[in-house]
Design a protein around this ligand. Structure first.
Ligand SMILES: *[C@@H]1O[C@H](CO)[C@@H](O)[C@H](O)[C@H]1NC(C)=O
Ligand SMILES: *[C@@H]1O[C@H](CO)[C@@H](O)[C@H](O)[C@H]1NC(C)=O
Ligand SMILES: *[C@@H]1O[C@H](CO)[C@@H](O)[C@H](O)[C@H]1NC(C)=O
Ligand SMILES: *[C@@H]1O[C@H](CO)[C@@H](O)[C@H](O)[C@H]1NC(C)=O
Ligand SMILES: *[C@@H]1O[C@H](CO)[C@@H](O)[C@H](O)[C@H]1NC(C)=O
Length: 478
């Protein structure tokens, strides 16, 4: 995960106070008690009433057969499921977060949904540095929490977090993993978290997890919990809207299914190289700027991470230089902006990229990161230095497509956004509240998973009951 650097954000604050006003007070995570739903059991007669005709017995017998068949034919298919998590767009496309719930009773937390890393962590209640106003996890208040006492540290492009590992029930999008290992962080670098975000959900592969733990998504995918072995993102664009609020609707994240109302045409999949099932790695095969092709590395030098947790697009020095050399009157920025470039704001920059399949366009609105003077703008492509992988493809690109992360075969696919999806890029939409999180949280707490068979430590919460219970709680709260 790489977010805008603190300095850049500072500059943005000066330039566009309305866009980057301080986020609203965080919504308190809601704790929900687990009132069991009691069902009174009525003793039943084993057969129809006396004097019943043979035909009626036949009907009764058939009904019994059907009831028992549906009760006991819980094959693996009927245990599969899918779910949706609504996202919030924070600070004009700087980051996109969703909501998870942790512990017993379940408490909801906002976390950045990050396909560019593989650990789940949240701020811990003992955190004092850079945790001001952030809702922290309180281990002592979860009866299902286990302290693993192992220390944990992770570094991102935009900062680092340290703490220790624990294990607890984690829920997201109607799925629950009862023994999820995650980190509780008390040392968090400045600017990594911004209220109302409490942590980060890593959605890449276990092979790069700093904790070594199997990521939440991978536990679900590998145990066959999903209807389809996919998770997908649709994220919104507000960077080019001056009246955008600090928090705007962010789109949606689904597990176990694609939402066909959010894209058109086919999803164009490209397989991950078999030696790079780490990040969601795709080779960057071609890139054009104003119609001109840029020469790119091959083999590992072309590898890119498809990363929802990164705001911009980073790449090797020579390629970034070549990109801006196709934009007349562009020049390298200096000082804190080293690695970035400025260019005339009135240039409509047209970049297309391809990973071996279809070619995808990045809108000029996404290429333009921000205005730094009356007529100079900073571009959304920056120099990454020497990294593995060589490129980080972040939200500057992902806002332009529907993106699909497929477990098996390991691949990433893209599709064109539908009109429905594009219609969300306008201000005035409703920002999902933490209520979404508590809705998810309630389902496990109220014991609805008694009628869903556990799958290797994973239990599925039927979506309909989540919605029903969530709604009733909402009314109770009102
Ligand atoms: C049904 O028939 C059985 C056997 O003839 C009898 O013992 C029983 O009392 C009857 N039950 C009713 C509800 O009529
Ligand atoms: C968990 O263990 C770590 C390392 O031993 C310790 O620092 C921390 O205070 C413990 N936390 C809780 C909530 O027990
Ligand atoms: C923002 O950019 C998108 C994509 O280029 C465009 O469709 C939309 O009209 C722009 N909105 C504004 C307010 O400029
Ligand atoms: C798919 O997206 C549409 C539009 O946002 C939404 O109304 C619908 O609830 C979503 N469906 C699922 C299954 O998530
Ligand atoms: C952007 O460039 C591509 C490749 O040259 C071209 O096919 C496409 O039409 C261009 N799009 C715009 C909006 O100019």
């Amino acid at each position: 995960m790489w977010t805008l650097s603190a300095t850049l954000l500072l500059l943005l604050v000066q330039l566009a106070p309305s866009v980057l006003a301080l986020p609203k007070q965080p919504s308190r995570p809601r704790t929900t008690s687990s009132d069991p739903i009691s069902v009174s059991l009525l003793r039943k007669r084993y057969g129809p009433a006396n004097g019943t005709s043979v035909d009626d017995w036949g009907v009764w017998a058939k009904n019994q057969r059907d009831i028992l068949r549906s009760k006991y034919s819980q094959d693996s298919n009927s245990r599969r499921s899918s779910g949706e998590n609504l996202l919030t767009n924070q600070n004009a496309d700087s980051s996109f977060y969703g909501t998870i719930a942790i512990g017993t009773p379940a408490v909801s937390y906002n976390v950045v949904m990050d396909t560019g890393s593989s650990d789940l962590w949240v701020a811990d209640s003992s955190c004092t540095n850079n945790c001001n106003g952030i809702d922290a996890f309180r281990p002592s208040q979860s009866s299902s929490f286990t302290n693993l006492t192992t220390s944990f540290a992770i570094k991102y492009g935009s900062g680092s977090a340290e703490g220790f590992l624990g294990r607890d029930v984690v829920q997201l999008a109607g799925f629950s993993v009862s023994n999820q290992v995650f980190a509780l962080c008390d040392t968090i670098s400045n600017g990594l978290l911004g209220s109302p975000v409490s942590g980060l959900m890593g959605l890449a592969w276990q092979s790069i997890a700093s904790s070594g733990a199997e990521p939440f998504w991978q536990t679900l995918a590998s145990s066959g919990a999903w209807d389809e072995p996919v998770m997908a993102f649709q994220i919104t664009r507000f960077s080019n809207i001056s009246q955008a609020r600090a928090l705007e609707p962010g789109g949606s994240f689904t597990m176990g299914t694609l939402n066909s109302s959010l894209y058109t045409g086919d999803v164009d999949y490209v397989n991950l190289p078999s030696d790079a099932i780490t990040y969601w790695t795709l080779p960057l095969k071609s890139l054009t700027v104003q119609g001109n092709s840029i020469s790119l590395g091959s083999g590992k030098n072309s590898y890119s991470a498809i990363d929802t947790g990164t705001t911009l697009i980073g790449g090797p020095q020579d390629a970034i230089t070549a990109i801006y050399s196709n934009i007349p009157d562009s020049s390298p920025a200096t000082g804190d902006f080293e690695g970035y470039y400025t260019y005339p704001c009135n240039t409509n920059v047209n970049v297309t990229i391809s990973f071996g399949g279809r070619s995808w366009s990045i809108s000029s609105a996404d290429f333009m990161l921000t205005r730094v003077s009356a007529d100079r703008c900073i571009g959304g492509f920056f120099v990454l230095g020497t990294t593995t992988p060589a490129w980080i493809i972040g939200d500057t690109f992902l806002k332009n497509v529907y993106s699909v992360f497929r477990y098996n075969p390991p691949s990433v696919g893209f599709a064109d956004l539908s009109k429905t999806a594009l219609a969300m890029n306008v201000p005035g939409g409703e920002v999902p509240s933490a209520t979404i999180g508590s809705v998810v949280a309630v389902a496990t707490g109220s014991g609805t998973n008694s009628n869903s068979a556990p799958v290797q430590g994973v239990s599925l919460i039927p979506r309909s009951s989540i919605l029903a219970i969530g709604l009733s709680l909402l009314f109770l709260a009102l």
